[in-house]
Design a protein. Structure first.
Length: 323
């Protein structure tokens, strides 16, 4: 059953799905690294028999002491991935029993690569989610490395698609639950992709530091306007080359930003137009940026948020398809 969306006095945002939503505060958990004299943290070698948390997705049995765990969910190149499944109901999460497991070998490297590219943060990010009751499955994934070390990642598939994924040190709000379920059931990993190329995908590592990380070589600019009915009109996009992508990225990265998810406050009573930018790269996934001119903050990449001035908004609008 669908719940109500409430935003504590905040005008509803324009990019949430047609079901109602409520703000969900997701607090990233930072585990303090072991200091000199403390025993090394033990990473279990098999699936725990129960999910030892009442948070959906946001738990691991032990945080790994590996180089790179502060910057990437899965650093390096593991040789296998043990997937442990804990099905339950999102209305009463916590203590789910182990239902089964599957070990990936030839798929482990690509799974680690994709999860390692997800945008991560250690900041508290405000995010709006639907509140539908239903089935969910928590997952633990144990990545094993050639030198004998290992790392756990916790995630979930859940009806509201609003899940925190963690390696015990950093977290990501990018939703990959259906991909993990498919890998558990079939042994084949594939990163979930949106059906509409104008819809945001999982995002790109580094979006916690810059609106547009790294050096993009293309930008797809999509325009979406309300159609006047309960059925949204399809988005339309125009792709531009490296010069426009680099210039636009530099302009967006010059904005003052703060941690921010997908909530905003409507102002001005405008038409409700929305622009979505997808920056492509020679390697790795695209980074996306959403712009809602009549909201504050008006720009967000899911991790950082800021506000555009009229001049930059006009330049971006001229790169978008005609209304």
């Amino acid at each position: 059953m669908a719940g109500e969306r409430r935003h504590s006095g905040v005008k509803p945002i324009h990019w949430i799905s047609v079901v109602t939503a409520a703000i969900l505060l997701l607090t990233a958990v930072v585990l303090v690294p072991a200091t000199v004299g403390e025993p090394a943290r033990s990473v279990p070698a098999s699936c725990p028999q129960r999910w030892d948390s009442d948070e959906i997705g946001h738990w691991v049995p032990a945080a790994a002491d590996l180089d790179g765990v502060e910057e990437s969910l899965v650093p390096g190149t593991p040789t296998s991935a043990l997937i442990c499944a804990y099905p339950g109901q999102n209305s009463a999460p916590g203590g789910e029993s182990l239902a089964g497991s599957r070990t990936l070998t030839d798929q482990a490297r690509s799974m680690a690569y994709d999860l390692g590219y997800l945008p991560v943060t250690t900041d508290r990010v405000e995010k709006a989610c639907t509140l539908m009751g239903g089935q969910m499955t928590n997952y633990l994934i144990r990545f094993a490395y050639p030198d004998g070390q290992a790392l756990w990642v916790g995630s979930a598939e859940e009806v509201n698609s609003c899940v925190t994924t963690t390696n015990g040190t950093i977290v990501s709000d990018s939703y990959v639950g259906p991909g993990i379920t498919a890998a558990y059931r079939t042994g084949t990993w594939r990163l979930p992709q949106p059906e509409d190329p104008c819809d945001p995908a999982t995002g790109r590592r580094g979006q916690d530091a810059e609106i547009v990380p790294d050096e993009p070589i293309t930008v797809l600019v999509c325009r979406d306007e309300p159609g006047g009915t309960s059925t949204p009109r399809p988005s339309r996009g125009l792709e531009h080359g490296e010069q426009q992508a680099r210039e636009l990225a530099a302009d967006l990265n010059s904005l003052d930003t703060e941690p921010g998810g997908n909530t905003c406050r409507g102002v001005g009573g405008g038409r409700g137009e929305m622009l979505t930018l997808h920056f492509g790269y020679e390697e790795g996934p695209p980074a996306w940026v959403r712009i809602i001119p009549h909201c504050r903050p008006s720009v967000s990449n899911g991790v950082l948020a800021g506000n555009l001035d009229d001049a930059l908004l006009g330049r971006i609008g001229r790169l978008a398809p005609l209304a």
